[in-house]
Design a protein around this ligand. Structure first.
Ligand code: FE2
Ligand code: FE2
Length: 143
């Protein structure tokens, strides 16, 4: 499943949107490898996606903590569940228990699009209202 980046996916937050575009690029690279990619290439992309979402989820969660986002727990739980599934798929792939199917790539793409368009947009709306006085505090520390 190829994902087309569009205005509808933008949250309006520069760093978060930049991260999301990066995630969409990785998901699309994975899509391109499904039919013809070799194991090493697919494994490398799964590793890149894992590293990318760790940094990205950490960035969002630190912004949530800094602004005392009331839905922090629920949002973090979404991140944890996605990360657990990504880890499970990657482990199954790396141990040859299971290949990377189109279903899995579509799950990753669907989850990320849905999450970005709902939970992340909701958070950025809150952030815009609550971060004004804190914007001079600098970028959050990455994991
Ligand atoms: Fe996000
Ligand atoms: Fe998020």
């Amino acid at each position: 499943m190829h994902v087309e980046w569009s205005k509808g996916l933008e949250t309006g937050h520069l760093e978060i949107d930049r991260d999301h575009q990066g995630i969409v690029d990785i998901i699309n690279r994975l899509d391109g490898l499904l039919d013809h990619g070799n194991t090493a290439e697919i494994g490398e992309i799964l590793c890149t996606l894992t590293e990318y979402v760790i940094v990205h989820f950490g960035r969002e969660e630190q912004l949530m903590l800094r602004t005392r986002y009331p839905r922090y727990d629920a949002h973090m739980l979404c991140h944890c569940q996605f990360f657990a599934n990504l880890t499970r798929f990657t482990y199954a792939f790396e141990t040859n228990a299971r290949g990377l199917s189109r279903d899995i790539q579509e799950y990753l793409a669907d989850w990320l699009i849905e999450h970005e368009a709902s939970e992340d947009k909701h958070f950025v709306t809150y952030l815009n209202d609550h971060d004004a006085g804190l914007s001079g505090a600098g970028s959050p520390t990455l994991l």
